[in-house]
Design a protein around this ligand. Structure first.
Ligand code: RP5
Length: 155
């Protein structure tokens, strides 16, 4: 993620990976404030053993795109909900990549962080039958927790 301030959003993705038993590292890498850290990480990520990169950033959100510029690993972008423009700036910064350098862009905010984790797990599950079973189980339990009728007491 681009900043410590992004962790409040990205931690939901981390929690989802924890629930699925997917290993990860959470790092702060800013495209603008730590450009050398970004290029070193993105260029070396594949050799380090990473298989998917989830990049969350807000505002002028260049982290996912610049990461994708340096690697052919799948890069999933999470637009952080910004104070100034409610994350529309983040979304448009991340989603409008030029043809040839893909970033899989998720929803703004918490939903995007959770879905990036689920999508990363789905990618990894193509080569990991145990993870595929855990992912299917996660989705099954989610379905089971949807009530058929609304409750006045539910949040
Ligand atoms: C972006 O600027 C970060 O991804 C963050 O969403 C936003 C604001 O960062 P801080 O000023 O809170 O560090 O680079």
């Amino acid at each position: 993620m681009g900043s410590q301030s992004d962790w409040a959003t990205m931690r939901h993705g981390a929690e989802t990976l924890d629930a699925l038993g997917v290993g990860y590292e959470a790092r702060i890498i800013s495209a603008h404030r730590t450009p050398d850290r970004l290029s070193a990480f993105a260029k070396g990520a594949e050799a380090e053993g990473f298989e998917v990169i989830v990049a969350g950033a807000g505002g002028a959100a260049h982290l996912p795109g610049m990461t994708a510029a340096h690697t052919t690993l799948p890069v999933l972008g999470v637009p952080i909900e910004s104070a100034a423009l409610s994350g529309m700036d983040s979304l448009l910064s991340i989603v409008q990549m030029p043809g040839g350098v893909p970033v899989g862009t998720l929803a703004i905010g918490k939903a995007g962080a959770i879905n990036a984790a689920l999508l990363a797990a789905a990618i990894l599950a193509r080569g990991d039958a145990d993870l595929d079973a855990r992912l299917k189980d996660w989705r099954r339990r989610q379905t089971e927790h949807v009530a058929e009728t609304p409750s006045d007491d539910a949040g």
